[in-house]
Design a protein around this ligand. Structure first.
Ligand SMILES: C[S@@+](CC[C@H](N)C(=O)[O-])C[C@H]1O[C@@H](n2cnc3c(N)ncnc32)[C@H](O)[C@@H]1O
Length: 274
């Protein structure tokens, strides 16, 4: 399976905007549940994940943040509101950029929060122009994560911080036919992921110093099962959008990933040396 190009990814987000609204709401990322008994809704849990990554940064009021792969802008809006910062979000989906801008205006944040259509592989910003670069669940889409991280290092000012939420390859593959099928799924490129050691060494190669790395796989894992549930509930609408075959394939991916200990989730921060 070849990896879709950025333009194709953007087209996919444009085409399936309504479906994604139904599936995920305002945040297009996984949720964070404290434990098995945590009854948080998807909305609460996804906002919680944004808060969790933000909490690793000690964000100063007035800081300037770049959100790489901003979705419909909810995480950036939350950061601007909660921390008194300014932010620019970029996305490869024109519809997302439009909608994120409308949402910022409706929330009275337009003077501090803006959105642009841009490819993260070629960030259209000067060197050392941001205090924080934020990439929450967007790097797995990029043709080359490490290139984007080098770009992030370029646009960060000395002393600035990179914050990442991303999928992670973990050692526990499980055994038997099911585990083999899941390994295949990942190899086929449904998710291109690497282990934490490789992640950290690539961050160092980009000239950044890793700070915090928290494997939160067990906290985010319920997200796959919830996606399967919601997807099933909107089956008719989804089939109209993507056809029955693609619907069944996607649903089966969600189900396999909900029981795939090898596919984890990490929150990471790194600092550009002053
Ligand atoms: C899973 S969504 C996450 C959205 C957002 N960070 C959130 O947490 O709600 C992935 C985002 O990455 C963006 N993206 C993917 N490839 C991109 C690229 N090459 N350049 C810019 N944005 C990209 C998509 O358009 C989408 O907004």
């Amino acid at each position: 399976m070849t990896k879709p190009t950025p333009t194709e990814i953007g087209q996919g987000y444009d085409d399936f905007a309504e479906l994604l609204d139904q599936l995920w709401g305002d945040n297009l990322h996984h949720g964070y549940w404290e434990d098995e008994s945590d009854g948080a809704s998807l909305d609460e849990a996804t906002n919680r994940l944004t808060g969790k990554l933000a909490g690793m940064l000690a964000i100063e009021p007035g800081a300037r943040l770049l959100d790489v792969g901003c979705g419909v802008g909810e995480p950036a809006a939350r950061l601007v509101r909660d921390h008194g910062i300014t932010a620019v979000g970029i996305s490869i989906s024109k519809r997302q950029v439009e909608r994120a801008g409308e949402r910022a205006a409706a929330a009275g944040l337009a003077d501090r929060l803006s959105f642009e259509y841009a490819d993260a592989m070629d960030l259209p910003f000067p060197d050392a122009s941001f205090d924080i670069v934020w990439a929450l669940e967007s790097l797995h889409h990029m043709p080359d994560r490490w290139h984007v991280i080098r770009q992030a290092a370029r646009v960060l000012r000395p002393g600035g911080r990179l914050a990442i939420g991303d999928f992670l390859l973990r050692g526990e593959h499980g055994s038997g036919a099911d585990a083999a099928a899941r390994v295949d799924l990942v190899r086929q490129g449904v998710l291109k992921i690497v282990d934490l050691d490789e992640y950290l060494s690539r961050i160092r190669e980009a000239g950044l110093e890793p700070e915090v790395a928290e494997d939160i796989s067990d906290r985010t894992r319920p997200s796959w099962g919830k996606s399967a549930e919601i997807f099933t509930a909107v089956r008719d609408q989804a089939v109209r959008h993507i056809g029955a075959e693609q619907f069944e394939r996607t649903l089966s991916n969600f189900r396999q990933l909900s029981d795939a200990p090898m596919v984890g989730y990490v929150l990471l921060t790194a600092r550009k040396p002053a």
